[in-house]
Design a protein around this ligand. Sequence first.
Ligand code: KIV
Ligand code: ZN
Length: 383
Amino acid sequence: MEWCKGCVFSNKVRILDTTLRDGEQAPGIDFTVEQKVRIANQLVKLGVDVIEAGFPASSEGDFIATKKILEEVGDKTEVIGLARANKNDIDKVIEAGLSSIHVFIATSEIHMKYKLKMTREEVLDRIYESVSYAKSHGLIVEFSPEDATRSEEDFLLTAIKTAIQAGADRINIPDTVGVMTPFTFYDLIKKVVNVAGDKIVSVHCHNDFGLATANSIAGVAAGARQVHVTVNGIGERAGNASLEEVVMALKKLMHYDLNIKTWLLYETSKLVSELSGIPIPYFKAIVGENAFGHEAGIHVHGVIENPATYEPISPEEVGNFRRLALGKHSGIHGLKKILEDQGIHLDDNKLRIVLMEIKKKAESGEKISAEDARNIAIKLLNS
Ligand code: KIV
Ligand code: ZN
């Protein structure tokens, strides 16, 4: 399958979805194989370029799920499996039948000393051996220096060069504990892109400071041409960069070329929320229930006249819905529209009476639905 080697010199940005690997690593999220296949099929429909299906060496379940996902969608999209930089993990990916592998090993001092208990030289040797081993089996190899953003910079660049010398096809830079700002990440990715030459540079951002989306798009601005994301931003700790936010920011604010069918974002988000049991925050950008919600009179009036007054994206573009709400901030135009949508036409005087009643109820803490407004209006008409 063509995986866009030429993207590095184009405006095209690839989306690697890791909902089924990094997303599932979050505490409390355990998808069944069937659920994983359902999500994988939805991701294909959505148009992601790569699905990270799992970490085959981590458990028998992950091995089986990765194999199954490959069988189901491997002819439609690139499916990749995670492996530590060792022969056993790489063999598991090969055994699962995958032709793409994501090999990682940490390059930060803290990880090398306390977790790996390896010296820099040993890590470099391991990178060379593991990447060459995977390449000798004909795999497409994406290499990640884990905790890249806390690694000593010269050593990080040496690690990247070593992976490239061993044949790595893509270099992914993980901000493993989410410590970058868009400014520092931009500078780092520029240097990595410079070293990577014609290899695609990818970014993988965690959200510990709420900056995963901002850092991902900064990485792209610096020359990265692939972004790792998860649906709804699920993942370790504060999660990963969220697919829907990154996609819409790249498309609408930066005008990059993506394969994503954005109008399927909301249904994809709903599916992952339902199967993971993790609710979508009400105020979540793009897919939240209030992402296209309006209550304040001035806003509702503007949106009725021309939605672009208060909506930088139209809800249809992402498959979400506009919701005009009623409350103490409501105005006459919004109420008129809400009632007319339900077939009720009132003159301005009557509208004002209904609006006063709604505001009174809202101020005393009641939630007012469109149906409540309708009932108040009907009562008034019948009085
Ligand atoms: O966050 C991270 O460093 C990872 C690696 C496995 C790439 O998920
Ligand atoms: Zn991660």
